[in-house]
Design a protein around this ligand. Structure first.
Ligand code: HEM
Length: 513
């Protein structure tokens, strides 16, 4: 404890000090110290040695076991979103969505326990939370019909629209493999080929890329999902969490000040507020489209690089976070949030990015946490699991039946009609082609123009500063994307990045809308 306190910042020391004091004030009755097999430990201070001056003995099981367990404390870190903080709470429906979905989680009066994990994306666990990044906002709903995970971000859009680009994008965002140093020029080399990223890059370099706290940011499901009602009717929806604490971001000067005194400002803020009973809340809203509405837009509404401007928001309910994890590793680190965790009545849309995610998360979690990841307490549904999946490493189940197959007369397991997937009419041939209705720049311009004068200036300085070191060609291509989005925006960033405005204008003139 002394060492941890010594390493922390002043504010962290205060929290730890308060925790230690509250622990000391309890009159604790000593329990017996044991090895992992439950046997008592006689001496945890001195290794067993051959006499007073001889070597340490291999038969000292306590010493060997303690070192073996310590040597295995780390599991693979999440490949992205490694730096995160979690909290428990509940979600209460205030306005039923039963007309749109048969999922009970949205039925009138339902209260569902949740676990939320907020995160940053690019850097490793314990990296500074002040770094510019999108923030993850992932919610596991332990519903009465199985677990549903809404794995979203604070930004309402994403950089790419096809899962096949995701590993390349993440490699470009991560530090240079030769030096382990951040390098903006690698990122912009990649993004100069990805005009659809322009809106989300604008979010990233705005002050939304450096939120003041997790409590004071919104969340977004980003993709369109499908809601299916009891009649089998399908609607497309986007989910949005709105913070009741308001939105608060750091500007570039504040980032430097905060990082100088606390590299965990977001975790610190959440833990402290929940500990003192000031529980953060978010309202959940949906935007709803009928399938026939999808064709009416001048962009593709199932493209994750787009918001749905002008589509009304309908309030659904409220989430409160009111309990910190008792053990960060067992809960926050071992939680497995996955877009594949769906319940009847909530389905993925045809969004190409979401389709890739439905595979990727469950897959990485089988590697990161093992075949029985969904048996861990933080991931286990609150309803019984009943199927023939079995065995695998670290199985902590309690299966007692011999009927590990289905169908069976000995032990019938029902397949309810209402749990079947909805159907989608299709025609045409397989293909590998871009989406139609790309519209890469319009919403980036709309976002820029929604900012105040100061927010625009902060964005221009932040983006221009990062672009300045990029190779000449990539830099001018990116600048042309910004100019195409909004001439004032492109001109401002060109000035800061020391680009050639005439060249930027010429490149922008060649871009289609
Ligand atoms: C095809 C695109 C994407 C792929 C392949 C992908 C892949 C991944 C992977 C492999 C993880 C680590 C999961 C784990 O180890 O438990 C992860 C975490 C995460 N991703 Fe994505 N991602 C994609 C796009 C997105 C998008 C569009 C969003 C937001 C809507 C998002 C939000 C998150 C969040 C919030 C986490 C952290 C979950 C947690 O806190 O445990 N990702 N992603």
């Amino acid at each position: 404890m002394t060492m941890i306190i010594g390493l922390g910042t002043l504010s962290q020391r205060r929290v730890l000090g308060a925790l230690a004091a509250s622990m000391l004030s309890l009159s604790v009755q000593a329990a017996t110290l044991t090895r992992d097999n439950g046997a008592a430990v006689g001496d945890n201070q001195n290794s067993q040695t051959a006499g007073a001056t001889g070597p340490v003995l291999l038969q000292d099981v306590q010493l060997i076991q303690k070192l073996q367990r310590f040597d295995r404390e780390r599991i693979p870190e999440r490949v992205v979103h490694a730096r995160g903080t979690g909290a428990h709470g509940s979600f209460t429906v205030t306005d039923s969505l039963s007309d749109l979905t048969k999922a009970k989680v949205f039925a009138a009066g339902q209260v569902t326990p949740v676990f939320v994990r907020f995160s940053a994306v690019v850097h490793g666990n314990h990296s500074p939370e002040t770094l510019r990044d999108p923030r993850g906002f992932a919610t596991k709903f332990y519903t009465a019909e199985g677990n549903w995970d809404l794995v979203g971000n604070n930004f309402p859009t994403f950089f790419i629209r096809d899962a096949i680009k995701f590993p390349d994008m993440v490699h470009a965002f991560k530090p240079d493999p030769r030096t382990n140093l951040d390098d903006d020029s690698r990122r912009f080399d990649f993004f100069s080929h990805v005009p659809e990223a322009t809106r989300t890059l604008t979010e990233l370099y705005s002050n939304s890329g450096t939120p003041a706290s997790y409590r004071e940011m919104d969340g977004n499901g980003v993709h369109a999902y499908k809601l299916v009602n009891a009649k089998g009717e399908v609607h497309y929806v986007k989910f949005h969490w709105k913070s009741l604490q308001g939105i608060n971001n750091l500007d570039p000067k504040q980032v430097v000040q905060v990082q100088g005194r606390d590299y965990s400002h977001m975790t610190h803020d959440l833990v402290t507020h929940i500990n003192k009973g000031d529980f953060p809340k978010w309202d959940l809203y949906v935007q709803v489209l009928k399938p026939e509405d999808l064709a009416k837009f001048d962009f593709d509404p199932l493209d994750a690089t787009k918001i749905w401007p002008g589509v009304p928001e309908r309030k659904v309910g409220q989430m409160v976070l009111n309990r910190n994890p008792a053990n960060v590793f067992q809960e926050t680190e071992q939680v497995a949030m996955a877009p594949a965790n769906l319940v009847p009545g909530i389905e993925p849309s045809e969004d190409r990015l979401l389709q890739g995610r439905v595979f990727s998360y469950a897959d990485t979690q089988l590697y990161r946490l093992g075949a029985n990841v969904l048996q861990l307490p933080i991931n286990a549904p609150k309803v019984a699991v009943n199927n023939g999946n079995q065995d695998g490493a670290m199985n902590i189940g309690s299966t007692s039946t011999g009927v590990n197959y289905q169908p069976s007369r000995l032990m019938p397991r029902e397949e309810p009609q209402g749990a079947r997937y909805s159907q989608l009419a299709l025609s045409g041939s397989t293909q590998q082609a871009k989406i139609q209705r790309e519209q890469n720049f319009k919403q980036a311009g709309d976002l820029y123009r929604s900012f105040s004068q100061k927010e625009r200036q902060d964005l221009i300085e932040s983006f221009g500063g990062s672009l300045a070191t990029t190779d000449d060609e990539s830099k001018h291509i990116i600048l042309s994307f910004l100019y195409k989005a909004d001439p004032e925006y492109g001109t401002g960033v060109t000035k800061v990045a020391k680009g050639d405005l005439a060249r930027v204008k010429a490149l922008a003139a060649k871009l289609s809308d």
